[in-house]
Design a protein around this ligand. Structure first.
Ligand SMILES: Cc1cc2nc3c(=O)[nH]c(=O)nc-3n(C[C@H](O)[C@H](O)[C@H](O)COP(=O)(O)OP(=O)(O)OC[C@H]3O[C@@H](n4cnc5c(N)ncnc54)[C@H](O)[C@@H]3O)c2cc1C
Length: 353
């Protein structure tokens, strides 16, 4: 298909929040080469391009994006290698993520089952090292195929070059690369990877570290996610969100001790040990204890989800400005109560909090 540029009335139509103003031009791209050509031409002119795929992790300002928007719609999944280390599957960036996960499981491949039900595209998963229920894509990604604007070259980045961390990578907040394809190394097995997440293990009736049928993990994760409004459902306004709006803060031992001092009357929060002696604290707990419960409403059609404290939702008739005002109110409330600054998880385009 030849890319066709069109003036778009509202980018909100391409986001799960259903918020965001107009684009300069909007170009759907269904062939990888077209994407590279578009990025290359823009790089030569020094123009910025906004890459949009599923629109499930972006907050776009009410003014929109005045430049070119590349709407990534490439498709394709193929096995490129099978050896003693497992099966290497290459997926085009525009492939819908959950369709890909379902397909790997149907093909008897495990490793992505706990990431079932996450909206968006396969190519966006490396951007923030997508994770849920004890799995993250950094555990199975072997390489990421990119177009590098800076060097005007198609390259293959190895796992260390991607610099994956908690909800982060070399790609996040950096428009140098267009992700073209992603290589996942999966196990040829009907059994899941070891179940690592306590809540998931409990619902499966197993101990953390056990393996069960990978399809059972998928079914259980989909149910758990749906109960929290974390699977897209056009009928459910609690899913009109970007998923978690804030990342879970990772605190140094000192910062954690200071928070615990302030916690005396709030009770001990759940926490997880993180690398290098740090502690990860659930943002949802801090938000609730700071006085922002489920359903807490901001002005003009935005509110905290009625099912999950970490999801800010657009109930209809709202604006990005109103959503960000609510986000600021929550961030400032948590900072005043606990001295912890929450950071947004989605990419903010032409707006800030
Ligand atoms: C209900 C709900 C639940 C969610 N649950 C989770 C969860 O459990 N775990 C989790 O980690 N995330 C979760 N998310 C967030 C989101 O689904 C993921 O981050 C997803 O990977 C975003 O994919 P996308 O295609 O929609 O990206 P988009 O929103 O289109 O883009 C996100 C960012 O990535 C960039 N980008 C996208 N594709 C490319 C590409 N090919 N090359 C270069 N840059 C690119 C964009 O420019 C933008 O900066 C959830 C979101 C929602 C709405």
């Amino acid at each position: 298909m030849t890319a066709s540029a069109a003036h778009a009335s509202s980018l909100g139509a391409y986001t799960t929040l259903r918020l965001g103003g107009p684009a300069g031009t909007l170009t759907p791209v269904s062939e990888t080469d077209e994407g590279v050509a578009m990025m290359r031409a823009a790089a030569r002119k020094g123009d910025r391009v906004l890459v949009l795929a599923g629109g499930s992790n972006v907050v776009i300002g009410d003014e929109g994006f005045p430049g070119q928007v590349l709407l990534l719609r490439t498709r394709g999944v193929r096995v490129v290698e099978r050896d003693s280390r497992g099966v290497l599957v290459r997926v085009a960036a525009g492939e819908p993520w959950d369709d890909f996960v379902a397909r790997t499981l149907a093909d008897g491949l495990s490793g992505l089952e706990a990431l079932s039900g996450i909206p968006g595209s396969a190519g966006a998963t490396p951007i923030q090292n997508v994770g849920a229920y004890g799995q993250e894509v950094a555990q199975t990604i072997e390489a990421v195929h990119v177009y590098d604007r800076a060097d005007d070259e198609v390259k293959v980045l190895s796992l260390p070059e991607c610099r994956f961390a908690y909800r982060s990578s070399v790609f996040k907040h950096n428009d140098r690369w267009l992700v073209l394809e992603v290589d996942f190394r999966l196990a040829e097995s009907a059994e899941s990877a070891p179940v690592r997440y306590a809540e998931l293990a409990r619902h499966l009736g197993v101990e953390a570290g056990d393996r069960v049928a990978a399809e059972r993990v998928r079914e259980t994760v989909l149910k758990l996610r749906a109960s929290k409004g974390m699977v897209l459902d056009p009928e459910d306004p609690d899913t009109r969100s970007v998923g978690s709006f804030f990342t879970n803060p990772v605190l140094s031992a000192q910062e954690w001790a200071a928070v615990q001092d302030r916690l005396a009357d709030a009770g001990e929060p759940p926490s997880w040990p993180a690398p290098n002696g740090t502690v990860k604290v659930p943002a949802a707990w801090l938000i609730e204890k700071a006085g922002f419960g489920k359903g807490y409403a901001g002005r003009d059609g935005v509110a905290i989800s009625s099912k999950h404290t970490l999801a800010l939702t657009h109930r209809g008739g709202g604006s990005t400005a109103a959503l960000l005002e609510l986000a600021r109110e929550i961030r400032d409330g948590v900072r005043d109560r606990f001295g912890v600054v929450l950071h947004p998880e989605p990419v903010l385009v032409n707006c800030s909090i």
